[in-house]
Design a protein around this ligand. Sequence first.
Ligand SMILES: C[S@@+](CC[C@H](N)C(=O)[O-])C[C@H]1O[C@@H](n2cnc3c(N)ncnc32)[C@H](O)[C@@H]1O
Length: 246
Amino acid sequence: MSEPEYSDDYTDPRLAVLYDQLNPWAADSEFYLDLVMSARSALDIGCGTGSVLKRARAGGHTGRLVGLDPAAAMLDQAKERTDVDWILGDLGTVSFDREFELVIMTGHVFQVFLTDDDITAALTAVCAALADGGRFAFETLNPRLRPWEKWTGAAEVVAPDGALVRAANTSPRMTGGGIVEVVGSFTSPGWEREVRCPSQLRFVDVGELDAFLSEAGLSVVERYGGWDRRPFTGEQLEIITLATGA
Ligand SMILES: C[S@@+](CC[C@H](N)C(=O)[O-])C[C@H]1O[C@@H](n2cnc3c(N)ncnc32)[C@H](O)[C@@H]1O
């Protein structure tokens, strides 16, 4: 068997075309779609394949919609809709000045920021992007539930070219400092080699999260523990936060 090939998640077009099948529309997407539909302008940071903004436009949103992501292969999927502004980059390469009524980070994008400095820089940029009274909505997984211990499943999907692809997670582990490493493994009968995608996600508890938000000039206005807007009690999987410029 050939040595595996290594790729950053989602930068490989063979994986980006599978993303929506592996992460189908669900209650979290509906939650964010409702927020976007009630804002006149929205920025989706780490928009990936752009599913929320594409649905918002298809659903009649007439305001400014901007999706930002550093993975060209993911944005290529988003670009099937040309009436949304898709920007290749991240908060280090693009900045916004009080332009959006709503900023969102969906699909645990907040957790890609690994160091304290990364988190503070990202949240400061989000704060600067918010128009007066604008809101920032995002979720992060609750470390108290140690969710990574269950990231061992596998799924099979059919790629657009008809090939069967098996996706699996292997070896999730907490490495310290709240950072979990997990390796995604993708195989397909037509591929010469397995594609492995090591990735890291940072976990913060609510106390740390609120300290980061406050340092960046953001204050929490709503917090939920489920996509049905049930209050967060400390025991739920998702920490869903809506914050505004302080
Ligand atoms: C799990 S996907 C989520 C995509 C989308 N938000 C969703 O809910 O389907 C994570 C996304 O974050 C993007 N990403 C990685 N690093 C990033 C960064 N520093 N800034 C913004 N986005 C980033 C990846 O390219 C990828 O598209």
